[in-house]
Design a protein around this ligand. Sequence first.
Ligand SMILES: [Zn+2]
Length: 145
Amino acid sequence: MDEKPVPSSPAVSDRMSVARRRDTAAEMLVRREAHRRGLRYRVDSPLPGMPRRRADMLFTRAMVAVFIDGCFWHACPIHQTWPKANSSWWANKLLKNVERDRDTDRRLDEMGWVVLRYWEHEDPVEVTDHIEVTVRGPTRGGSGA
Ligand SMILES: [Zn+2]
């Protein structure tokens, strides 16, 4: 049921590999920026209670799980495209991905984790700003109060 179809054309094949590459690039930019700011995290780490699912970045002490979702694979509302070839397989596949994302969010939330999800098209510096505030808390390093 979850078998991969052979890409039906060079275009589909290209899109599959480009989507994968972009996933990695977006993650790498955020990881590098977070690391530069002194944030420490686990990379591509299995999730608590869900050994087959992974977060892109896991802050175990702060209990924050970060996902940088690829626009294609996670059905970004702005950039989502639905391949014409093998369309029902793709629709099923992508909808399953989204369902699994929501299920993962819910289960982490029930365990007391904070779930942060970003799209690969988001600005890596802004994404890192948000991660940093969430992990460190708004008061850390602030003056006054
Ligand atoms: Zn997008």
